[in-house]
Design a protein around this ligand. Sequence first.
Ligand code: TRP
Length: 363
Amino acid sequence: MGNIILTGDRPTGRLHIGHYVGSLRQRKEMQDKGDYDKFFIEIADAQALTDNYDNPQKIRENVLEVALDYLAIGIDPSKVTIFIQSAVPSLCELTFYYLNLVTLARLERNPTVKDELKSRSFENSIPTGFLTYPISQAADITGFDANLVPVGEDQEPMLEQTREIVRSFNSIYGETLVLPKIVLPSNEACFRLPGTDGKNKMSKSLGNCIYLADEKEVVEKKVMSMYTDPDHVKVSDPGKVEGNTVFTYLDVFCKDEDFEKYLPEYKNLDELKDHYRRGGLGDVKIKRFLNDILQAELEPIRLRRKEWEKRIPEVYKILEEGTKKANEQCLMVTNKVKKAMGIDYFEDTSFLDEFLNKYKGNE
Ligand code: TRP
């Protein structure tokens, strides 16, 4: 069997360049390479509700925003099926059966969930929906027989949990579920892009994001006010490259050709870093350089988004058709799961025969 790719995002806001380098760019590359039978992208609204249950409007508003962001980066709906999680009810069925295979202690050990619990301050009274979302994510993945899951590095614990469920299910009910593999970006610098303020993570609540849909001037403003080295006051001062957000971004976005195009007095990033460390290189210059590179990367995305923004009813249709296809695939897998568990009563004629046999001779 060929590859089946599945991935997804929570529709809690528009997507930003952290999502882009962390996974979106890779998905587009996998799409273009074409080495797969099926490719699904899930808009994980039900998962988003596990920590936004009191604000459903926020999720509702962002479903189409996220779809637009996918189309903006060049996801092609004729090659990739985009669908909405909550409109695939078999996923709930699978989740219900997988809940039996995971202990409470195991859920509480999940490092990503632990981080999230802290930042959401419901450490002392955890909604069960939130604690169990990794199990529902295992349903998302296995429910499509996916073997490849391109996601950001923070999703590693979810993949581990999914793999445990697969092993456990298969050993109890027989070889049924596909063991999935995470696909991370090849450049480790892409794993956790910090926010423009240099804080650990790009996040909407911290206001430190560059969004894929940001206008040119907005991107420029954000780049020019980026956190650098606070001790690098005068141009002549020696500067630090480590922990300097502009250089962290350059590590992710800059290619050797960019020097030829925008900053020909240097050959490559190493030369630029050396000069910054020695002193004599100002922040404005490195920020302008980063801005040129980012604008070149983001402009086609912004333009494509603007085109799709004129065709929103079509985007709606793409989601509707994608969700229909997703239901077919997930139903096929769910039937397989129920058969393995012996709960496919009305599809399996031996169910009745076995019982009749048991009572034979009683007449
Ligand atoms: N948990 C993922 C995130 O927060 C979103 C997600 C939901 C997902 N279901 C998925 C990712 C299945 C990959 C596969 O970004």
